[in-house]
Design a protein around this ligand. Structure first.
Ligand code: PEP
Length: 249
């Protein structure tokens, strides 16, 4: 029996603009979902989204956060700033950040500490690439990503999410099967137990991301260790995303 309503998070990546923001707000503002919903637009839209969604139960978050608190770091945005403008969560270590911007497990660790200190819920993204998947290295990769990002982190009652996003499933239309996801989420839960203690590990939401659509959402969410979904491409269509949120109800 799952303890909480599922969490469904939209990751717009470097997409959208004022039009998508207005269409999403219009689509969501009057709806009430039992599922918890989060939207991570590009940074510049966060403040407006927070004020447009003020009377809804939708959380706004960021797609990244700086590992620095302040100073001469051109182009960076701190956890404290994100909190100040109304973010509830931030994605950390998305595979695109790791691949394109060369982020590593050590920077994920620092970002998690920064997010928690600012009162943001970190959503740590982990997952193997297709070569690692084919070589049967999924658990080894996840072990490294989870331990290096989380060893020594103390949650002290704060919320943490993990998003399992196999790189080979992101934006490819080839989602992992529900059985694969369940098996990997069980492994993640086991390692979280080793890192954070079994009681705390049970409180962590483990989301799946990678080519989630309205057609596969129900099957994925039916898995006992799937606590929610992280949705990229399908979240750029507000009606499609709303349908996924309704399925998660
Ligand atoms: C993502 O990149 O976080 C993601 C889940 O993308 P998509 O749904 O498009 O595969």
């Amino acid at each position: 029996m799952k303890q909480r309503a599922p969490l469904v998070v939209a990751n717009w990546k470097l997409n959208g603009g004022t039009d998508l923001m207005c269409a999403s707000v219009a689509s969501f503002v009057k709806k009430r979902f039992k599922a918890a919903i989060g939207i991570a637009p590009p940074y510049v839209y966060i403040s407006d989204m927070v004020s447009f969604l003020r009377n809804s139960n939708i959380m706004v978050g960021s797609q990244n956060v700086s590992k620095f608190a302040s100073g001469a770091f051109t182009g960076e945005t701190s956890a404290q700033m994100l909190k100040e403008v109304g973010c509830g969560f931030c994605l950390i270590g998305h595979s695109e950040r790791r691949q394109v911007f060369l982020e590593n497990d050590a920077s994920c660790h620092t970002k998690i500490e920064r997010a928690l200190a600012a009162g943001l819920m970190p959503i740590l993204c982990v997952g193997e690439n297709s070569q690692q998947h084919e070589l049967g290295l999924t658990h080894d990769i996840l072990y490294r990503q989870l331990h290096q990002a989380l060893d020594g982190v103390s949650l002290q009652g704060q919320r943490l999410c993990i998003a399992y996003e196999p790189v080979w499933a992101i934006g490819t239309g080839k989602a992992a099967s529900a059985a694969q996801v369940q098996e990997v989420h069980e492994y993640i839960r086991q390692e979280l137990g080793a890192i954070l203690g079994a009681g705390v590990a049970g409180q962590v939401d483990i989301l799946y991301g990678g080519s989630v659509k309205k057609d596969n959402a129900a099957e994925l969410l039916a898995m006992p260790n799937v606590d929610g979904l992280l949705v990229g491409g399908a979240s750029l269509d507000p009606d499609h995303f709303a349908e996924i949120c309704a399925i998660a109800n």
